[in-house]
Design a protein around this ligand. Structure first.
Ligand SMILES: *Cc1c(COP(=O)(O)O)cnc(C)c1O
Length: 397
């Protein structure tokens, strides 16, 4: 059997010295194993159902549906694949506009662009860093006057903070525009008493290695609409029709989730609430330990939302702080601690040079001043204290 070096910080395989604590690398959001993964994989292998079919992906889909309180779920190969299927189901065609937040990961819009759509990037609000609903209302009215409403609007639950979905859905419904929620980062987050993204026509989640729950890769598309998810499943497995030979009314994709990933996901999702609690506790510790520093700001949490605090993000307000995010990022890197600037706004990415945008000043400010801190649910208090000490030291120098 091949032996690989340990990926989990501080966990050394047999025969390797455990690195001294002060040199141990601290990662931003590493996978956190729940303990049941090996048993789940063994049960899957024993059953013989290894392919992207059979009872294991179905059991995972049901577990996801229970966790998010949305009845219909298709498990797929990635969050990006889930978004791609969503765009397909909502009829995105070449020349259509698809709107999303300026402040997000490229996958929120990538598949739509590959389908020939024009992206339009809307600014975020400074309190929640999610899509600015007043701006969305104004932009929709202006688009209606131009006679060019978007085919789909894609709000993003950024860093685990849910967007204000009822307000977004209401604004879009007024013009008959469907909402596809990019909830890739927000599994376990709550807004207005429901799961993040719950009121959208479709919502996508991700089980990538850095997310709060991982299947070692993978994603899911969820909806209240059974017909949409049945079509998603059909498209995800090459749009094969029910016939003894291979029959295709349309062309699909090879996006169905493997039973290998689904088995890992099944074991992981049992720990979801514990993972949310752990990330929220890490966020609370950062806040308590850093809030007194001049110009130190955090993403707000309105009273209608409960973030999963996927990543804790600090923002350094330059009117008070005499240290910037790059100073802190470099100081952390020198101590083997990984941190990352906030998503670079998509309207500032060379790939989208010519895309229309609405506002963008808030997103640009968050990028310039924001830094994501190590927030993995397996982060030890000792390692978190190291992160805190380095940041506090930057303010003394
Ligand atoms: C991770 C992520 C995705 C993509 O998920 P994958 O499973 O990596 O394809 C999409 N949108 C956002 C906001 C993400 O953070």
């Amino acid at each position: 059997m091949t032996a690989f070096p340990a990926a989990q910080p501080g966990v050394a395989p047999l025969g390797m010295a455990v690195p001294a604590a002060q040199h141990r690398r601290v990662f931003l959001s590493p996978p956190h194993l729940a303990g049941g993964e090996l048993d789940a994989l063994q049960a899957m292998l024993d059953s013989g159902w290894v392919a992207p079919a059979g009872p294991v992906p179905i059991a995972f889909e049901q577990a996801i549906a229970r966790a998010i309180g949305i009845p219909h779920v298709a498990a797929v190969t990635s969050g990006t694949a889930a978004l791609h299927l969503g765009f397909q189901l909502l009829g995105v065609c070449p020349g259509d506009e698809v709107w999303t937040s300026a402040l997000t990961f490229v996958a929120s819009i990538g598949p739509a662009v590959q389908m020939g759509a024009t992206p339009r990037f809307l600014d975020v609000t400074p309190d929640t860093w999610t899509m600015d609903v007043d701006l969305l209302r104004r932009e929709l009215a202006a688009a209606a006057r131009r006679g060019r409403l978007p085919r789909v609007v894609v709000p993003v639950d950024l860093y685990g903070q849910p967007a204000d979905m009822p307000a977004i859905v209401e604004a879009c419904a007024h013009w008959g525009v469907p909402v596809l929620s990019d909830s890739a980062e927000s599994l376990g987050a709550i807004q207005h008493g429901r799961h993040a993204g719950a009121d959208a026509r479709l919502m996508a989640i991700s089980f990538n290695g850095n997310k709060i729950i991982t299947a070692g890769g993978g994603g899911a598309l969820a909806s209240e609409d059974a017909g949409l998810i049945a079509r998603a499943r059909q498209l995800a497995s090459q749009a094969k029709e029910a016939a003894p030979h291979y029959q295709h009314e349309e062309v699909g994709y090879s996006y169905a989730m493997s039973s290998v990933l689904a088995a890992i996901g099944l074991a992981q999702i049992t720990a979801l609430q514990a993972r949310v609690d752990a990330r929220r506790a890490i966020h609370a510790r950062y806040r308590a330990a850093l809030h007194d520093l001049p110009g130190m700001r955090f993403i707000g949490e309105p009273n209608w939302a409960r973030s999963n605090r996927w990543l804790t993000v600090i923002r350094l307000d330059p009117s008070e702080a005499w240290v910037d995010r790059e100073t802190i990022r470099r100081a952390l890197a020198a101590e083997q601690i990984e941190s990352r600037p906030v998503w670079k706004p998509l309207n500032l990415q060379p790939a989208f040079r010519t895309a229309p945008q609405a506002g963008g000043e808030v997103a640009a400010t968050m990028f310039e001043q924001g830094l994501c801190l190590p927030s993995g649910s397996s982060l030890s208090p000792q390692d978190q204290n190291r992160v805190i000490a380095v940041i506090r030291r930057c303010f003394r120098a």
